[in-house]
Design a protein around this ligand. Structure first.
Ligand code: F6R
Length: 618
């Protein structure tokens, strides 16, 4: 959630750091700060609010220096105030750190430091860490060559919790030390310069050569280069860091001609769906090929239950996936919130496949679920977008989304990509069980038709905008869907509430009469997902129950359905598609609906209040 960027090289640090921060702002943004080291000592500026506030403060008085650290914060411990913003300094004011993660035993450490006479200025766990590192720094002889590195390592040995951090110290003005446990940190290697960042997006414009730190790695960067140590042993780490070239064009993270990243990403779904499918269809055998699963045909055949887990939008994709896989492959599927799964003793057996879904691959609860399943000896596969994430490293295999960077806090591509991957998985498992070749071929044809069909939905953006305008008075909305559209009702409601702040609830359609109908009145619109499928008549029946109570209805229906025009107040048509690909089309329509509503209401679409892109705290 929070973002870190650090620089040591032959250029001015401030412009590079601010540019990196802007690229990370989507991760969290209630305050930010920047510190540099130069001949004059440690200089630092912190501001509450957006990066613009920090830029404005630095504008007339830039901080000069070629070594610096900066941070965007999303408050966990302590309010969003200037004093709680990062960087945090130690008691001497000469050491500064930026930190992502949570120091779980900070209370105990703080007490110990208070007993030694230290006085704290903030409520944060990060300040305690800064004081602890500073304390060890000051106990070391000033001639000690690796003084900052040693102090960081001593302090981290006492810490329980998670961190991605970078430390600098005025008395070692050409050194920065980075460390990782549980919170990502990547080293960027350029000619005469190095970066440390929590996300490659921050540095991709400057170098494509990166190394991802592993848990317990400590990297010390100076003007000669970098060296690696591990907290599990003090000596230089012989195994070294694995250096790779990233395939990440900084331009992918630009908005281009779109007014918001969310709209750009909604429109990118014609492409992201193709990327998720490319090379994965086997026309000859009428099946899918998912080599990354690392499972033999026999092992695939042996799977008799699948548990899908994730958070938020990823979890909603899992709910759609449950219906898809059960329908195409007849393999029982259960979906669980990762935050619940990780804490309970979920009964899994030898033939259960655990599937974790995550865009970022860094969501704390999803990683917790992954680790819990692996601890119990289960094979865990991932559906993930970030190929350099902890999830990608820790799973036994899986399927990448290849959706490209998703910058907007509200997930769009990372909903439709796993959904189509579930269709591929359903096809693969189904063809190993009872689906015929001709049924397999029909599914392939439906998959191949999707990009054009998504384009058809996107063309209705103007019409959807008008509908949003009409209902922008709403304080509350209801979303209803049945079967494969049930997950879309949940996701449509989530999109609406998170970016427009209109209260929204998603429900299985028939549940309406078991309580929800009490909420229906003339000011509470219902979004009804009722494509032409086996449940159509039942849906119309439920729709009429809403109309009978004067509730306005916006229907998502299949092109050519004239009857719906008599029933609903407004209609958004999606192209005719089988029940397993139709959810992708209705999801795109509801993403546009939420997007336009948020714009009409003047909300900050890409950076909704209180939310962060990647939730790396429990
Ligand atoms: C909603 C949204 C969140 C994420 C959730 C999981 O639009 O973006 O609900 O889906 O925080 O994130 P990932 O997929 O990165 O694990």
């Amino acid at each position: 959630m929070c973002g870190i960027v650090a620089y040591l090289g032959d250029k001015e640090a401030q412009p590079l750091l601010l540019e990196g921060l802007r690229r990370l702002e989507y991760r969290g943004y209630d305050s930010s700060g920047l510190a540099v080291l130069n001949g004059k000592g440690l200089e630092m500026v912190k501001k509450v609010g957006r990066i613009e506030q920090l830029e404005r403060a630095l504008g007339p008085n830039p901080l000069h220096g070629s070594l610096g650290i900066c941070h965007t914060r999303w408050a966990t411990h302590g309010k969003a105030t200037e004093v709680n913003a990062h960087p945090h300094t130690d008691a001497s004011g000469k050491l500064a750190i930026v930190h992502n993660g949570v120091i779980e035993n900070y209370g105990t450490l703080k007490k110990k430091l208070i007993e030694k006479g230290f006085q704290f200025r903030t409520e944060t766990d990060t300040e305690v860490l800064a004081f602890l590192i500073g304390f060890y720094f000051d106990t070391l002889n000033s001639e000690t060559e690796n003084r900052l590195e040693m102090a960081v390592m001593e302090a981290l040995r006492e810490v329980t919790g998670t961190y991605g951090l970078v430390a600098i110290h005025q008395d070692q003005p050409d050194v920065m030390v980075g460390a990782r446990r549980g919170s990502p940190l990547v080293l960027g290697i350029g000619p005469h310069e190095h970066f440390l960042a929590s996300d490659v997006a921050a540095i991709a414009a400057h170098t494509q050569t990166v190394a991802h730190l592993r848990d317990f790695d400590v990297v010390t960067v100076d003007r000669q280069g970098y060296r690696l140590k591990s907290l599990t042993h003090n000596a230089p780490d012989e195994s070294g860091l694995e250096i790779s070239q990233i395939d990440y064009q900084a331009a992918d993270a630009e908005m281009g001609d779109f007014p918001h990243f969310m709209l750009k990403e909604i429109f990118e779904q014609t492409l992201s769906i193709q990327n998720a499918v490319r090379g994965r269809l086997n026309l000859e055998e009428c099946t899918a090929q998912l080599g990354g699963l690392n499972l033999s045909p026999q092992e695939l055949r042996d799977i008799d239950r699948i548990v899908i887990t994730g958070c938020g939008t990823a979890m909603h994709a899992g709910i759609v996936g449950e219906y898809i896989i059960e329908s195409l492959a007849h393999v029982p599927v259960e979906v669980e919130w990762a935050s619940e799964f990780r804490l309970r003793n979920s009964p899994l057996d030898r033939r259960t496949l655990v599937l974790v879904v995550s865009q970022s691959g860094e969501t704390e609860d999803t990683l917790g679920a992954l680790r819990e399943a692996r601890r119990k000896g289960h094979r865990v596969l991932g559906i993930c977008n970030n190929v350099a994430s902890s999830l990608a490293r820790e799973t036994d295999g899986g399927v990448y989304m290849y959706a490209g960077p998703e910058i907007s806090v509200a997930s769009t591509k990372a909903f439709t990509s796993p959904t189509i991957i579930f269709v591929l998985l359903g096809l693969l498992l189904g063809r190993m069980r009872f689906l015929s070749a001709s049924q397999g071929l029909q599914i392939i044809q439906a998959i191949e038709a999707l990009p054009d069909q998504i384009t058809q939905v996107l063309k209705q953006s103007g019409h959807i905008n008008q509908i949003a305008e009409k209902y922008s008075y709403s304080r509350s909305m209801l979303f209803f869907g049945r079967q494969m559209q049930y997950g879309i009702a949940l996701e449509g409601a989530l999109k609406m509430k998170e970016i427009s702040y209109i209260h929204a609830e998603g429900h299985p359609t028939a549940e309406l009469k078991h309580g929800v109908i009490a909420l229906v009145d003339e000011n509470t619109p219902s979004v009804f997902l009722c494509p032409k499928d086996g449940a159509y008549d039942k849906n119309i029946n439920n729709l009429q129950q809403i109309k009978a109570r004067k509730g306005p209805v916006i229907a998502i229906a299949t092109e050519g359905d004239e009857e719906i025009l008599q029933q609903a107040d407004d209609v958004i048509y999606i192209p005719d598609a089988p029940e397993y690909t139709a959810p992708i089309l209705s999801a795109v329509a509801l993403q546009l609906f939420a997007y336009h509503m948020a714009v009409i209401l003047g909300r900050d679409v890409d950076k909704p209040r209180n939310l962060a892109k990647s939730v790396t705290v429990p």
